[in-house]
Design a protein around this ligand. Sequence first.
Ligand SMILES: Cc1ncc(C[n+]2csc(CCOP(=O)(O)OP(=O)(O)O)c2C)c(N)n1
Ligand SMILES: [Mg+2]
Length: 388
Amino acid sequence: MTGRGAHSGIYWDMPRKTAYEAKIEYLQILDEHGNLDKTLAKDTLTDEEVLSLFESMVIYRHLDEVAFKLQRSGRMGTYPQNKGQEAAALGTAFAAKKGVDFLVPCYRENAALFLHGLPPHYILLHWMGDERGNQIPQGVNCTPLSIPIGTQMLHAAGIAWAYKIRKEPRCVLTYFGDGATSEGDFHEAMNFASTQQAPCVFICQNNQWAISVPREIQMNSETVAQKAIAYGMPGIQVDGNDLFAVYKASREALDRARAGGGPSFIEGVTYRLADHTTADDAKRYRDPKEVEAWIGKDPVIRHRKYLESKGLWNAEKQAATDERAKKIVSEIVKAAEGIEKPLVTDIFNYTFAGELPAELKRQRDTMQTHSLGQDPSQVGLQQGAAMH
Ligand SMILES: Cc1ncc(C[n+]2csc(CCOP(=O)(O)OP(=O)(O)O)c2C)c(N)n1
Ligand SMILES: [Mg+2]
């Protein structure tokens, strides 16, 4: 007798029945060479839709590269590049109803938020450390980026539950990484959404890495999608760099949720082509051959190949779109950098409802003087300084 459980021979030898059996399907419709499976592609995206989503990919890829440069030139604090994951973001969000459904993001699906109406300079403001980037405009259905890993999935389950209680035909899409599925919050959100049959679609962007931890070390399950089985939730693995597959799986999940069929889980197999953030250097832990292989599966390249093969794209169109992307992105940067400076008093004005207590009033007023720390009323500080 070998293998796990060998020590418990008494059970090993007993006749057993299958208590549960499950499988995880994998869906790919457009392969990395740009070849489309026409049967599977039926009733998914029209040529016009693919063209428009592809143009968005090109523009937001450019924005991503520019954001990186802003950080490197000291104009932004930190930035996590989205590069390589654009199809997963756009394909899922395109399946959702803008202004009706709600997006609860992590930080690597900017394009999904833009598609649902978030002005792109909000994301730049966020990473420039300006809280106004988190003040989502009225009518845009999304929460601010979630930097704590995993917390947003609980918010998503809660919002979806509210829709169900109010009998509103609306759904929630929530985004998170492979690493986030090791967090307790993930399991609580999955269990809660499932037991409440909340209309929530869980979208895992499995980009193979959680900072420097590869997926194989992060978890022992062969797929991320199979984690859904434990929660009695439909789960599927899709090629995350394939707009068609990502869209189709999202569409099905959203239709089911809207019809009262509860939550679903989608694992988009993709790759983080850049460093984790600008504070990271992935060359220290990633094999360049692995990165090279994934560059070959880049969603921008494959959708361009596909469109070219259909005569819908060519070098001139690409050049014109690159030019357009530059102009758009420069406007976005201008909007972020041109915003008026916030008032020092904002921290008081926006964190306290009602009348400020006297002590906070004093702090607010002395912050505005050039004699900070020397105000005669700050006796304690002066005494402290005199001791040294
Ligand atoms: C609760 C919490 N723990 C740890 C961190 C530090 N941290 C930031 S990103 C990250 C890895 C996330 O990996 P994954 O979920 O795969 O997302 P990815 O960055 O790959 O998109 C960690 C551990 C955090 N932000 N929040
Ligand atoms: Mg990851």
